[in-house]
Design a protein around this ligand. Structure first.
Ligand SMILES: [Zn+2]
Ligand SMILES: [Zn+2]
Length: 345
């Protein structure tokens, strides 16, 4: 039976990562929810059941943020007007349907209560932070959002060819050494199965930003249920499965390219890879993400944190002095021995 309000006090219930269930925001009563892992990936172009789709559309509504422009989806029981991307009260309802029904979800593992401490502990470890910033971390607003993404599985087989550039040091008659290059053609086959190539599809985060907080552990993904998103924003997807598929193939080839480079100890020139993609299937998946906004010295920063692992990404304030000192140190560390060798000759 679906629980939309607390049985003891009638209060609103929210998903609680700590209790892995629903918690009443009023009296703290806990309700257990079901976790299932039965949904498998499906071919691009296939339809999901109209019953599931209808239920999703009845229970969830679209909103837009008048401050940052994000489009998000909220469960009908959520009465918040806070946009969790920019942490302002700027949400207004839209007439639009809430779009695709999510199929799988990785529920938040780090609770909203723990998110700030987790973020502070992690940001302190970033390099080149100004001392003043590190000592008095600015007050940050933290918003919890499930970002929409497509996760693909595919088998990629590829043939490749190119040439190795092998460098050799030879000694001339007069005793001087110089480098010469030899080239050797290479070719081969690669075959690799990818299980979860994740392509983000949200408004407010791009693929590079989300790569910073990868990976997500899909062993902890479950069949989507509205219970998991109660009390959270859901990012509306802004690209099609077909667009995401192109990106997933591109990422797969990049991974294969790196593997080919790693296979050889010499650099490869004019590498061509001819990939064939087989058994492509996907899911529409929701990933737990915290958006952290803070300002420092009149500049505002947006950071992201993986709501499952706590990994953080995004730009942070950097101390110019520390970077200069570090650069000087490197120059001295490399330069002094060279100078010493030159002088001693
Ligand atoms: Zn209650
Ligand atoms: Zn916003």
């Amino acid at each position: 039976m679906e629980i939309n309000e607390c049985k003891s006090c009638g209060g609103r219930v929210e998903f609680s990562p700590k209790h892995k269930g629903l918690k009443c925001v009023n009296c703290g009563s806990i309700y257990s929810i079901k976790y299932t892992q039965s949904i498998s990936k499906r071919p691009v172009g296939s339809e999901i059941s109209s019953f599931d789709m209808q239920k999703w559309q009845e229970n969830n509504h679209s909103y837009t943020c008048q401050n940052c422009g994000a489009n998000i989806v909220l469960n009908k029981m959520d009465i918040t007007s806070t946009c969790k991307y920019c942490n302002t009260n700027s949400l207004v309802p839209l007439e639009d349907l809430p779009g695709l029904k999510p199929e799988i979800i990785i529920p938040f593992k780090i609770s909203k209560d723990d998110a700030k401490t987790e973020f502070n502990n992690r940001i302190k470890k970033r390099k080149f932070l100004p001392l003043n910033f590190k000592k008095n971390l600015p007050k940050a607003d933290i918003g919890a959002t499930y970002i929409s993404s497509f996760t693909f599985e595919m088998l990629v087989t590829a043939t490749y060819s190119g040439r190795l550039r092998i460098s050799k040091t030879v000694r001339d008659k007069d005793g001087r050494t110089r480098t010469v290059y030899e080239y050797r053609p290479i070719s081969g086959n690669v075959r690799q199965q990818f299980d979860n190539l994740v392509v983000e599809a949200s408004d407010k985060i791009n693929q590079d930003e989300i790569m910073d907080i990868f990976p997500y552990d899909f062993n902890e993904s479950y069949d989507y249920d509205d219970d998991f998103v109660k009390g959270y924003n859901v990012g509306y997807y802004n690209q099609t499965v077909e667009q995401a598929e192109i990106r997933a193939k591109h990422d797969a080839v990049n991974i294969i390219e790196r593997q080919i480079h790693n296979k050889y100890s010499d650099p490869i020139e004019s590498l061509t890879i001819k990939p064939v993609y087989l058994n492509i299937n996907y899911n529409y998946a929701l990933l737990p993400t915290y958006f952290v906004t803070f300002s420092y010295k009149n500049k505002s920063y947006i950071n992201v944190m993986n709501g499952q692992t706590g990994k953080i990404g995004g730009k942070v304030p950097r101390s110019g002095v520390k970077i200069t000192l570090f650069t000087l140190f490197i120059i001295l560390a490399i330069g002094l021995p060279i100078l010493f060798i030159l002088l001693s000759n």
